[in-house]
Design a protein around this ligand. Structure first.
Ligand code: 5GP
Ligand code: ZN
Length: 111
């Protein structure tokens, strides 16, 4: 299996990390869609939201989101969290991830 986000977790690919603990890694998206665009992933390989069994990972990701939003100074101005799941959402990387978009007034939800 060659998963780009597993490769980032394993240090085989570089990433601009902003948060890491035993369960979660967060890093800047390589192609930012907003001034702040962070990806939050579980360290273990989970392809999509449909495959989550260990919901402690989801809790840990949300704790990381809260902390990173404060650290990047967008907690009060606001941010959007997005998870794409399977084809209709446009999911490209099949390792569960949440996008954090912030740093500007964001457009409509279904853009
Ligand atoms: P998806 O469409 O699957 O929800 O989003 C995948 C995201 O991963 C995209 O926003 C894309 O720019 C980002 N991405 C893909 N490959 C890499 C990479 O190697 N490094 C980083 N930092 N982001 C990546
Ligand atoms: Zn993976």
């Amino acid at each position: 299996m060659d998963c780009v986000f597993c490769n980032i977790v394993e240090g085989k690919l570089p990433a601009k990390k902003v948060f890491e603990n035993d369960r979660v890694l967060a890093f800047h998206d390589i192609q930012p869609a907003a001034p702040v665009h962070i990806l939050f992933i579980p360290k273990k390989h989970v392809p999509t939201m449909n495959d989550v069994t260990d919901f402690a990972d989801i809790t840990a990701i949300h704790q990381a989101i809260q902390q990173v939003a404060k650290e990047l100074g967008v907690a009060e101005s606001g941010y959007r969290i997005i998870n794409n799941c399977n084809a209709d959402s446009g999911q490209v990387v099949f390792h569960l991830h949440y996008h954090m978009l912030a740093g500007e007034k964001l457009g409509p939800l279904n853009a």
